[in-house]
Ligand binder design. Structure first.
Ligand SMILES: *Cc1c(COP(=O)(O)O)cnc(C)c1O
Length: 367
């Protein structure tokens, strides 16, 4: 049996009728940018996250970048970011002109360690970006307490956490603003690029709304030098269909994760994700850790089981951040050498989970 990492075609098949109807509705409407579908999606997704505002953007990186711009963060400023994240979190800071300042993660949760944040704060620090990595919320209360003591903004990078809860509250409503991505492989994914900002802050929302559309609050009047980053009508219509399934699909991911956690627990030398009692993750990715990562990945591939590595190289070791190469973030470096992402998705069958589990047990025997 072949087990794909994530079966996007199966997800389409489940909703084909509704998605095709959405496609026909938008095509026939004659309106493809900044229309009714976007307005409807924005209000539905804001309600889902439990916040007042949602502003659709062209992608998740832009969502984060526009938040920082709207906060007037720029050259000379510093923004604290996780050392262990997808590079987009850092690039958003770099785009704004500010400098990303990495902070190491907690080993068990992979998320930024609040206990290490204060050492990284300087007179130039303006904000902290917390990433809910792999779909598990970061520990927001201690982080926000530090931020408020130092007068810093807090931004969520919720690109992997649609629907996740922290102490009962949804990602997207846990800070001053949040950036989401609707890249096709995310828990709520479009059929192309897409993103959104969520916030309760009226003035921040209106600044982001202006910035995403040429700095133009009224057509052909440009208050600021804005950008072009809009969630288009087709993607908004598709996302409205998929949003109705998000909770059910996250529940199915939870079932897969529960089986992995239970059945892989006895395997020696394998580190499984730790879920703190206050976290309700949505398992965007299911990560295991082993020093034999590369060997395990090869052996699983030989059996037709597709795994990925999120991520093979930490941002400070990428060519894009050459200026950081001499810095050392040992926890992140170790994680990047040992993590492996198992197949995970809402259409994964019990039989597929069983195949993955028994293959892992087999492959690790004697290694
Ligand atoms: C996917 C992702 C982004 C960027 O989203 P895009 O829509 O691809 O621009 C940002 N941060 C994290 C953690 C992500 O996983």
């Amino acid at each position: 049996m072949r087990v794909p990492f994530l079966d996007l075609k199966a997800i389409y098949s489940e909703l084909q009728e509704a998605l095709d109807a959405a496609y026909r509705r938008v095509m026939a409407s004659g309106r493809y940018i900044l229309g009714e579908e976007l307005l409807a999606f924005e209000s539905e997704f804001a309600a889902y996250c439990g916040v007042k505002h949602c502003i659709g953007t062209g992608n998740g990186l832009d969502a984060l970048h526009l938040i920082l711009r709207a906060m007037d963060i720029g050259p000379g400023d510093e923004v604290i970011v996780p050392a262990n994240t997808f590079i987009a979190t850092w690039l958003a800071v770099t785009y704004s002109g500010a400098t990303p300042v990495p902070v190491e993660p907690q080993e068990g949760t992979y998320n930024i360690d609040p206990a290490r944040i204060e050492d990284a704060i300087t007179a130039r620090t303006r904000a902290i970006i917390a990433v809910h990595l792999y779909g598990q919320p970061a520990d927001m209360d201690p982080l926000r307490e530090i931020a408020s003591r130092h007068g810093l903004k807090v931004v969520e990078d919720a690109a992997q956490a649609h629907g996740a809860r922290y102490k009962g509250r949804r990602a997207g409503g846990l800070a001053d603003a949040a950036g989401f991505s609707f890249y096709p492989g995310k828990n709520l994914g479009a059929f192309g690029d897409g993103g959104a900002v969520t916030t309760d802050d009226d003035s921040l929302a209106s600044r982001v709304r202006t910035l995403r559309n040429y700095g133009s609050p009224v057509k052909y009047f440009h208050e600021v030098k804005g950008f072009n980053s809009r969630l288009d009508e087709l993607q908004a219509a598709f996302l409205r269909v998929k949003l109705t399934k998000l909770d059910a699909w996250n529940d199915r991911r939870r079932l897969v994760a529960a089986r992995y956690l239970e059945e892989l627990a006895p395997v020696p030398g394998l580190l499984l994700p730790h879920v703190p009692p206050w976290a309700e993750p949505v398992w965007h990715l299911f990560i295991i850790r082993t020093p034999h990562r590369d060997l395990l990945q090869r052996r699983l591939a030989e059996r037709g089981i597709e795994t990925l590595i999120h991520y093979p190289v930490p941002p400070h070791r990428q060519g894009a951040y050459r200026e950081m190469h001499r810095r050392s973030y040992p926890i992140s470096e170790r994680l990047h050498a040992e993590v492996l992402s198992l197949p995970m998705g809402p259409t994964m069958s019990e039989a597929e989970v069983a195949v993955v589990v028994s293959a892992i047990k087999d492959c690790l025997k004697g290694s």
